[in-house]
Design a binder for this molecule. Structure first.
Ligand SMILES: [Zn+2]
Ligand SMILES: [Zn+2]
Length: 262
């Protein structure tokens, strides 16, 4: 089993060294741990959120070294969680970097509103919630279409604080699922939602069933920002995946997808 969504101290809001996360993963019985720290945002947005552009190589070197040290105990995968729409603060050369095993595409901003940041939660009460969802999913649809990512991060993050659309988005999500399946893009099953006000995984079980029906592969991540969060609630989540119909989960090596049974 793997945990493919791990942050590091470099982002400014996570604690613990790379080695601490790896030890936690070994203790949890994982075969793989994938690091996907936040790719650099522009200077005006990144304080306490992402590493700086000049730190990307430091990050990759740390992972590469840890991979060698731990090679006989666990497989260390190298990735980034990249904001979509894209910012030019992340060097586009990384999209073709042969060292990277996967890239997670995530949406944390609607226009310039960091909607998942607790400091900006009031904005939800100023906006039409259905328009917020529509805008969010249009960004996710564009991300699925662009073909740059192996994994779609926390697919319904917009629900994080418990704000629910009153309109049905089944058709919108089904359309995106079809694009993902066509592009062989996996949906991340992210257990961080279980620790947030919404109290459920990303994506919801309803969306998971749409993904299964449309043959969208899945991968698994805790979105750990501290070593204690590695593999958070994975046993329960694997059961949720099986209930949705899934019998395997996907991993990536140098952007090549493979499956393991669950
Ligand atoms: Zn983070
Ligand atoms: Zn994220």
């Amino acid at each position: 089993m793997m945990d493919y969504h791990i942050h590091t101290r470099l982002c400014g809001h996570a604690s613990g060294e790379v080695e601490d996360y790896i030890e936690a993963a070994i203790n949890a019985g994982l075969d793989e741990i994938g690091f996907s720290d936040h790719a650099p945002l522009p200077e005006k947005l990144r304080s306490g959120i992402t590493m700086c552009p000049h730190e990307t190589e430091t990050y990759l070197e740390r992972l590469y070294n840890a991979r060698q040290v731990y090679s006989d105990r666990i497989d260390v995968k190298m990735g980034f969680e990249v904001d979509f729409p894209l910012f030019d603060s992340f060097d586009p050369a990384y999209f073709d970097d042969p060292r990277l095993d996967y890239l997670i595409g995530s949406c944390h901003f609607i226009d310039d509103w960091p909607f998942d940041h607790p400091d900006y939660i009031d904005e939800f009460s100023r906006r039409d919630i259905n328009q917020v969802y529509e805008h969010y999913f249009s960004i996710m649809g564009e991300m699925a279409s662009c073909g740059l990512f192996q994994v779609a991060g926390h697919f319904d993050l917009v629900k994080k604080f418990g704000h629910r659309a009153t309109r049905d988005f089944f058709k919108t999500i089904e359309d995106i699922a079809q694009i993902m399946a066509k592009n062989d893009m996996a949906a991340e099953i992210n257990t961080a939602g279980l620790r947030k006000p919404v109290g459920e995984i990303y994506p919801s079980e309803n969306i998971l069933r749409i993904f299964f029906d449309q043959n969208v592969p899945v991968t698994l991540g805790s979105d750990a920002h501290s070593p204690g969060e590695v593999a958070y609630m994975f046993d329960k989540t694997l059961q949720t995946l099986r209930n949705a119909g899934y019998r395997n989960i996907s991993g990536f090596t140098k952007k090549k997808r493979y499956t393991i049974p669950i």
